[in-house]
Design a binder for this molecule. Structure first.
Ligand SMILES: CC(C)(COP(=O)(O)OP(=O)(O)OC[C@H]1O[C@@H](n2cnc3c(N)ncnc32)[C@H](O)[C@@H]1OP(=O)(O)O)[C@@H](O)C(=O)NCCC(=O)NCCS
Length: 151
């Protein structure tokens, strides 16, 4: 793992997390939605702050011995520095502490940076949701469901 200090997301961080989400994704996840997600049992969020700003975050939700990466984002100026990998490794470690055995996630088929990162971590494709992501411009894009056994 890298040198990035990874912290747990608290309620006071949610407006900044929502702002970063808005930069990185077309769909809007406001602070109140993030609060609802993180208040479900076996859900958690992790982030890294650099120079006072949120540089990246990951959101995870578990159910029984399975879990899901709900969102992962790194602010454009901090990309390709290993932060995405650090956030994912930290999330998998926390998931392991919750006795999660299998982690799933969905990624747009055309999101090559994220697919490369997940591939490096050992995630493997197990499904496809056709035209799952509706884009503001251009055709809808399939979601690939990826799976990683962590135990
Ligand atoms: C995907 C994302 C989180 C990656 O964050 P990051 O901090 O740049 O990732 P890392 O620096 O840890 O990259 C780890 C590896 O992933 C792969 N990778 C990351 N970005 C890549 C890119 N633009 N092109 C090709 N491979 C890439 C590389 O293998 C990289 O290792 P390397 O830099 O040694 O070659 C970031 O690009 C992002 O926030 N994108 C927008 C939101 C998003 O798509 N989230 C995922 C939704 S499923």
């Amino acid at each position: 793992m890298g040198d990035n200090l990874i912290e747990g997301i608290e309620e006071a961080d949610l407006p900044d997390i929502a702002a970063l989400h808005a930069i990185c994704f077309e769909d809007v996840w406001r602070a109140d939605l993030l609060k609802r997600i993180l208040s479900t049992p076996r859900a958690f969020g992790l982030f890294h702050r650099a120079e006072g700003e949120i540089a990246g975050f990951v959101l995870f939700r578990g159910a029984s011995d399975e879990g899901e990466i709900l969102s992962l984002a790194v602010t454009p100026s901090h990309r390709r520095n290993g932060l995405g990998l650090d956030l994912m490794h930290a999330a998998l470690q926390c998931a392991g502490e919750l006795d999660i055995a299998t982690v799933f996630l969905e990624v747009a088929e055309d999101n090559l940076p994220a697919r490369e990162l997940y591939d490096r971590m050992g995630f493997a494709p197990v499904g496809r949701r056709v035209a799952y992501y509706r884009r503001k411009t251009g055709p809808s894009v399939d979601a690939l469901t990826l799976k990683l056994n962590v135990k």
